[in-house]
Each structure stands twice: as C-alpha cells, then as structure tokens.
Write a protein that binds this ligand. Structure first.
Ligand code: DHB
Ligand code: MG
Length: 224
C-alpha cells in the first residue's frame, strides 16, 4: 500500500517536476498559515495552471474576486505583462491585512491593487477601469451568477473567466443537494453552460487534502 493516494502522488509529482520553489509564494503560504487564515487557497498545481492561462491570453489587466491571503493573486501577478496590473477584491479586513503583507514581501506589490470591501459595492466602480482580460472568481459560492454577470460587463471579447470550486466533491451531482450552496452551484453551472455570451466548460481538479482526497472543479469561460 502506498503511503499516499494515487492522486496525492500525482499532484506531488506535477508540483515537484514543473513548479520550482518560489520565495514569494512560499512566504505567502507560510505567513497565511502563521496568522491562521483558513487553508482554502488554491494548490500550486492550480496556481501554475491559472498563471499559464493568463499568460496565454497576454493578460495586462486581471480582476480577482476573493483574495484570502493573496496566494492566487501572486500566481496571477507572475503572469502579467510588463506594466500589467491585477485588482483583487477582499471583504474580510483581517485577510486583507495578511494579503497586503504577502504582496509587500514579494516583488509584485506595485502591480497589485487590493480593494477592501463588498464585491457588489466595488464592482460597479470598476466600470471606468474596464476592460479586464482575465477574471478569477473564488469568493462566496452562493453568488457566482452575479459575479460572472459583472465579469461579462467588465470584459471584452476574448476575456477569460475562471471560477473556483464548482464541483464540490460531487456536491453538485446530489439530488436533492445536501447543502443549500450546492443547489446554487448546480444552478450556476447550468446557467453558465447556457449563457450565449460565453463558451464554457469545467476542468475537474483534485484537492489532495491531508486526510482525504477531494474532487472539485474550475469553470473556464471565454467571452464571445
Ligand atoms: C472553501 C472555499 C474555497 O474557495 C475553496 O477553494 C475551498 C473551500 C470553503 O469555503 O470551504
Ligand atoms: Mg476556492
């Protein structure tokens, strides 16, 4: 019996083969842990994927909803073109303080614009700063339709919108769903699939957690 599940071994294999140590990212993870932020950040493998997608889209302007400790923000900042910027929205003041520390430790602080407050208050103010080339949504799972509606308003044809946690270990397959927010995500996925302004799909991903493996997914949409 291997010590770890196959998916954990594969995740470690990809990470050790393709993802070299990065002091900015390591500091962000350690500092977030030190300050007891919930350990619900994306994995290194997901970070590299997000960063690659943003690079392939030559992103100069990125918008993230849900900063937490800024780990995903730093991955995305690494994808930016010279003079590119990322705006990241966080409603929790305590998370935002740690995220800002993590940005300032890194070489990317000048390119990261952290806005603290409720997304639906801050998003309308971004109209004058649009369009954005790439969006990463990783916030309140009950409000994904509304976030993506905003992303479409702030996008241009060819912009990419990625949403984290749209499968929830198969929670979206349950009928009836055990949790209220699974039902919201079910509605979101169907809405996304049918949205004729977007071309979308879901990439299944695994979160190799300490005690168990967890299947989740990221939706990916291209704005038509
Ligand atoms: C939770 C939130 C996330 O964005 C995530 O990636 C994993 C878990 C949560 O709220 O439990
Ligand atoms: Mg998430």
């Amino acid at each position: 019996m291997p010590k770890h599940s196959l998916i954990k071994q594969i995740d470690t294999y990809i990470e050790s083969t393709f993802i070299p140590h990065d002091p900015d990212l390591a500091f962000a993870l350690n500092n977030s842990k030190k300050h007891n932020l919930p350990p619900i950040h994306i994995t290194p493998v997901m970070g590299k994927l997000l960063s690659s997608l943003a690079k392939q889209n030559h992103a100069k302007r990125i918008l993230e909803i849900g900063t937490l400790g800024g780990y995903s923000t730093l991955w995305l900042a690494k994808a930016l073109q010279k003079k590119g910027t990322i705006v990241t929205i966080e409603h929790n003041d305590e998370y935002a303080i740690i995220a800002q520390e993590n940005f300032e430790y890194s070489q990317h602080a000048p390119q990261i614009d952290l806005r603290i407050g409720e997304a639906f208050v801050l998003l309308p103010k971004l109209k004058t700063e649009a369009p954005f080339d790439f969006f990463f949504i990783d916030a309140n799972k009950e409000e994904y339709i509304e976030y993506v509606e905003w992303a479409i308003k702030l996008a241009h044809p060819g912009s990419i919108i990625v949403c984290d946690n749209v499968l929830r270990n198969g929670g979206v397959l349950q009928n009836p769903p055990e949790k209220e927010y699974y039902a919201k995500l079910q509605k979101f996925n169907v809405w996304l699939a049918k949205n004729d302004q977007l071309e979308s799909t879901i990439l299944p991903i695994t979160l190799p957690l300490t005690g168990r493996d967890y299947v989740d997914g990221m939706s990916m949409s291209i704005v038509k």
